[in-house]
Write a protein that binds this ligand. Structure first.
Ligand code: HEM
Ligand SMILES: [Cu+2]
Length: 552
């Protein structure tokens, strides 16, 4: 018997458009990654016309910005359509307009990277200056996400009106939290690009206030990582319980965690600027305290997810303290890939606490440690979860099956990604501790003995890093193969969109959790508290502005 589609066919098309671009970015981005790894290991040289920084910019932008943003919008649109019902033509059109504005921006910025007019790395720090078109592309990118987000919020508001007094489905609640976080955070990047970078790159002003631009960048740059993480948490909280045949441990706890992420992930950007002159110790200290507050919802999440695992195992008859572990579906890549991502998050979170600590930051700042860190956070925890989502989401949206053969390949894919990341990020972490800098191509540092000693271990070796990179690259190509199969060749079938139910004995969710006005109000108050005085200081007592530099 043919069942109705899980997601309306028109909404599916919109989601798939986002997802195709996400995986095209994975394809190109990991290609750049493996080449960089080989160059850094001294194993190959780049053809004369390509510079390491150009490649590094393409890699960072494609993977950290393009892949993540597109996948998230594809996933959230599908989930909103599944949990709140089909979008209206107006809402869907907003989604498409967002998609096209985003895509024009992406193509424009990418074209500037290809012509070597924007080798400014994905952080585009001043005083490095790219072509004005690069910043126009960035602006369109951000505006595109705003329009796409408006489509999701309009859908939510309409549902609320039709279902007065009802609690929103958890997936939609979390989507709204994620999009609100994105809106509040992206104001920072929009401000620096429009008010500082564009006029400066167009030659309308001669100098740029670097301190201010970096501060606005990190006002956005830190919550950006939560914009990547929250959709992964949505999958952990809402979809994984269903996949493992269990129930969600607590709806309220899940909502509380999301509210806390919204509050505590924005006013903390200074923890990326601990080594920067021009910001007083007091304000750095304050933001570090707020940074550590994020540990609370993180631990709530870890607790909830493992409680869900345990409940599911026990419901299947597991006994003893850890008997439930064996009841988890280890052979199912839809569970296994995100689970490996969760495991990566243990060292990743620990590393994050180290980065945010003043003295320890001095040791690891600008070293390969940092690169190792974000490859296990966004590059593993988030991306492995997204892969796990893709294994069922693409079949849902394309009306196809995730076959046993694809599952086997997906298991291999996950293992390869895990092993590759273990070697590459492990080597990066250790090399960074010894002092090896990030963002440098192959060099022997004039054969200096101290620098040579960094690299002479078995694990602390550039070749180990490159080897991990090659394994990762193979994993990535396998992923592309699986995606193409699921989208175009897998047998037609009905696939379920996994949405978990709340455990029967869970308490009713308090209404206050859905009071977005209240939470946005508190978030804005916290931001004003943490940023007003330092920002005023940066403008009134501005350091001498910098002319542009283009050292490549
Ligand atoms: C095949 C998989 C991958 C390989 C081989 C790889 C390799 C590398 C290498 C060698 C670097 C340069 C280190 C340096 O010189 O500082 C790098 C930087 C980076 N990678 Fe990856 N990576 C991979 C996947 C990813 C993924 C999935 C993401 C994010 C989702 C990511 C995000 C980044 C970012 C943001 C940078 C920093 C760029 C910059 O410093 O401007 N990478 N990667
Ligand atoms: Cu941060």
């Amino acid at each position: 018997m043919r069942q109705a589609a899980e997601v309306d066919i028109h909404d599916s098309k919109l989601s798939m458009a986002y997802i195709y671009i996400a995986f095209a970015a994975l394809f190109l981005g990991t290609m750049a990654g493996v080449v960089q790894g080989l160059v850094r290991g001294g194993l190959i040289e780049l053809p004369y016309s390509i510079s390491y920084y150009q490649l590094l910019t393409a890699h960072g932008v494609l993977l950290a910005l393009v892949l993540t943003t597109y996948f998230i919008y594809g996933f959230l649109h599908a989930g909103m359509s599944r949990t709140l019902g089909t979008m209206t033509p107006f809402e869907r059109r907003l989604g498409w307009v967002g998609f096209w504005v985003l895509t024009i921006g992406t193509l424009l910025s990418f074209a500037m990277i290809l012509t070597n007019d924007a080798s400014v790395l994905y952080t585009f720090y001043a005083p490095l200056q790219a072509s004005p078109l690069y910043y126009v592309g960035l602006t369109l990118f951000v505006v595109g996400t705003w329009i796409g987000g408006a489509s999701l919020l309009a859908h939510y508001i309409r549902w609320k009106k039709r279902n007065r007094g009802q609690i929103t489905p958890l997936f939609s609640f979390m989507t709204v939290g994620t999009i609100l976080l994105w809106y509040v955070a992206s104001i920072g990047v929009a401000a620096t690009v429009l008010l500082q970078f564009l006029p400066w790159s167009l030659g309308l002003v001669d100098n740029i206030n670097i301190l201010l631009s970096r501060t606005l960048f990190w006002y956005f740059g830190h919550p950006l990582v939560y914009f990547w993480l929250l959709p992964a948490y949505i999958a952990w909280y809402v979809c994984i319980p269903k996949i493992i045949g269990g129930k969600l441990f607590s709806d309220s706890l899940a909502r509380l965690a999301f509210v806390l992420f919204l509050l505590f992930s924005i006013p903390v950007g200074f923890h990326h600027q601990l080594m920067e002159a021009g910001i007083s110790e007091f304000w750095k200290y304050l933001q570090v305290v707020l940074t550590f507050a994020v540990i609370v919802p993180s631990l709530l999440t870890a607790f909830s997810i493992f409680a869900t695992f345990e409940l599911a195992g026990r419901a299947k008859g597991a006994r003893g303290a850890f008997g439930w572990v064996r009841k988890l579906p280890w052979g199912d890549a839809r569970f296994f890939a995100p689970f490996m991502g969760m495991l990566f998050f243990i060292p990743a979170g620990t590393g994050g606490i180290i980065n945010a600590s003043n003295q320890m930051n001095a040791v690891v700042h600008n070293t390969l440690w940092v690169v190792g860190h974000f490859h296990i956070t966004v590059g593993s925890t988030v991306i492995l979860t997204f892969f796990g989502i893709a294994y069922w989401l693409i079949p849902v949206l394309r009306g196809r099956a995730f076959t046993a053969r694809m599952n086997k390949l997906a298991m291999t894919q996950t293992i390869l990604w895990t092993v590759g990341m273990f070697f590459m990020s492990g080597a990066m972490h250790l090399l960074g501790l010894l002092g090896a800098p990030r963002r440098t191509a192959y060099t022997t540092y004039q054969d200096h003995a101290t620098a040579a000693a960094w690299f002479d271990g078995v694990f602390t070796n550039q070749v180990t890093m490159a080897l991990g990179g090659v394994i990762l690259f193979v994993a990535s190509m396998l992923m592309i193969y699986i995606v193409i199969n699921l989208a175009f060749f897998a047998p037609k079938a009905h696939t379920e969109f996994p949405i978990g139910e709340v455990a029967d004995d869970a308490r009713e969710t308090p209404r206050i959790l859905e009071n977005w006005k209240l939470w946005i109000g508190i978030a804005v108050a916290l931001i004003l508290f943490a940023y007003t005085i330092p920002l005023m200081d940066m403008i009134q007592n501005a350091p001498p502005g910098s002319p542009p530099f283009r050292p490549w």
